[in-house]
Design a protein around this ligand. Structure first.
Ligand code: SER
Ligand code: ZN
Length: 519
């Protein structure tokens, strides 16, 4: 998806490169001169507005096997892109003499970015920026209305250019600037719909009450519960309502998505940009040879303590536990072309848990490290995806009004796919974006987000290279229904006693089983 608030800014690039060739270039100078002139008038200007683009400076030189030059450019043909263009054509010129390019050394790369002085990084942040990969130095200059000066590390080789590292560094600085601008401003939140007021039959915290009644117990892990037969039956009833009233009538099919997420998925989904403070990390043993692990086993047998530090040296991180639920689905379609006539496609997954390190925010079954969610996912053309989101909204309203009888509201918020990449701030997207569903908890008076409906644009199909036969953009959307959140909202408003529940819901749940008693 294109960045919406990108404003064109002045940038300059100056790159010194040395092309090391397979044999001496002497004798080819006049041909090279003709080629360099052609570069400066045509090749390095292509695609740029009149008078813009890149230039090879006149002091280029040939010495034995080396061709040395400096490229100067604006933002239209960035110097590193110019170098790649140059190399491709230069290879052809010297190829006629059976000479090839053996290696490209980047000797010096300086970039200046126009930067308004309101956006200066504080000294502390500037010090951190010096440690960025491939950065030799980043400084701020007040000259000429304010500039950010980047000097890249000379270790950067040609492959870094193919990986677009200079562009990513620039983007990162701009993102950090935007983050500073947004700091203090609250996240985007815009009311879209508010239900009628509803009767509340309870004013306590439902988790506390369920603990008292032995409906659930805190598990051994942080933010994790073991759900007893009664609350489990309620979860299954909520799930049944979702399937019967929404998934089945709207033509959904069930799938099973992986619950361990490999890094490659999060690289493509964007989560690799920001998930680190909240991930549950997954590691595998460096080897399954029992001998390699003997010292750990022995340590435990002697001390009855698990030697976590010893284990850390013997394992390897390979990814994390399910966090957003839909990203690993996309590997199913990765690199594929779909015929348009099978669209729209609607699938859901309810095959397992999601995990988030919630830190200080844990609270009852409302905020957990381990939770259960039905993830609803649809894809189609842009129009199909937007239309389907409206159908979902209608079905949800029906469920909340006619079956659960809860008081809730819908708000347009920062899209989850931006928030999870660590981007806060304004939701400037109009067609793609997230609607959060919130319900009031009478015991605290606070509103709890209990599900969302999102149009994700072409983000996922693009990230996982999925295309349509017609060449039209493939779009997708998703909606996460947290079973704990639905239950928390319903029970907080209606209480734990079935005789106060709306008739329809009570008949779907049936009798609550009484299985355990404690002495
Ligand atoms: N994948 C979306 C999210 O994580 C919906 O569940 O919010
Ligand atoms: Zn999703």
């Amino acid at each position: 998806m294109k960045k919406q608030n990108e404003t064109p800014r002045g940038m300059t690039f100056r790159l010194k490169a040395n092309l090391n060739c397979s044999s001496s270039l002497s004798g080819t100078e006049s041909e090279i001169k003709v080629f360099v002139d052609a570069c400066n008038t045509d090749l390095l200007k292509r695609g740029a507005p009149q008078g813009c683009g890149a230039n090879i400076l006149p002091q280029w030189q040939v010495s034995d096997e080396n061709f040395e030059m400096e490229i100067d450019s604006d933002r239209f043909v960035r110097a590193h892109d110019a170098l790649l263009r140059f190399n491709k054509e230069f290879s052809k010129v010297i190829g006629k003499h059976h000479i090839g390019i053996r290696g490209v050394e980047l000797e010096d790369y300086k970039i200046t970015l126009e930067w308004s002085d309101e956006d200066w990084f504080k000294n502390e942040q500037l010090a951190k920026l010096q440690k960025l990969p491939f950065v030799k130095s980043i400084t701020q200059s007040k000259k000429e209305g304010g500039k950010m000066l980047l000097e890249l590390d000379l270790d950067i080789d040609e492959s870094a250019l193919y990986k677009r590292i200079p562009d990513r560094l620039i983007r990162l600085l701009e993102d950090k600037r935007d983050a500073v601008r947004w700091k203090g401003k609250s996240e985007h939140w815009e009311l879209l719909f508010e239900s009628d007021k509803k009767p509340f039959h309870f004013d306590k915290d439902p988790t506390e009450e369920m603990l008292k009644r032995d409906w659930l117990r805190h598990a051994a892990g942080r933010g994790q519960y073991i759900y007893g037969p009664q609350i489990t039956k309620i979860f299954r009833a909520l799930e049944k309502i979702l399937l019967d009233e929404l998934c089945t009538p709207l033509g959904y099919n069930e799938m099973i998505f992986p619950k361990f997420v490999a890094w490659d998925v999060w690289k493509r989904s964007g989560h690799a940009k920001g998930i680190y403070p909240e991930a549950y990390y997954v590691c595998t043993p460096k080897t399954r040879d029992p001998e390699y692990w003997e010292d750990v086993m022995d340590y435990f047998k002697v001390t009855n303590e698990v030697p976590v530090d010893m284990i850390m040296g013997k394992i390897e991180n390979v990814g994390g536990m399910c966090y957003a639920q839909c990203p690993p689905f996309w590997v199913f379609l990765q690199g594929k072309i779909l015929p348009d006539e099978i669209l729209p496609i609607m699938v859901y997954d309810r095959s397992g848990t999601s995990h988030r390190y919630e830190s200080g925010g844990l609270h009852g079954i409302e905020r957990l490290d381990e939770f259960h969610r039905v993830e609803i996912l649809w894809m189609g053309t842009k129009q199909q995806v937007i239309d389907h989101a409206k159908l979902l909204q209608e079905q949800y309203r029906h469920i909340f009004n006619d079956i659960l009888d809860i008081e809730w509201r819908e708000a347009w918020v920062t899209p989850w796919f931006m928030a999870q990449e660590g981007k806060a701030g304004l939701a400037e997207l109009k067609e793609a974006g997230t609607i959060d569903y919130e319900a009031v908890l009478p015991y605290s008076g606070k509103w709890l987000e209990f599900q969302n409906v999102s149009v994700n644009g072409d983000k996922y199909p693009t990230g996982f290279s999925v295309k349509l036969q017609s060449g039209e953009d493939l779009w997708s959307g998703c909606s996460g229904v947290g079973l704990e959140r639905w239950a928390a909202v319903f029970l907080a408003q209606k209480g734990l006693d079935a005789d106060k529940w709306p008739e329809k819901f009570r008949s779907i749940v049936g009798e609550l089983p009484e299985v355990f008693r404690f002495l």
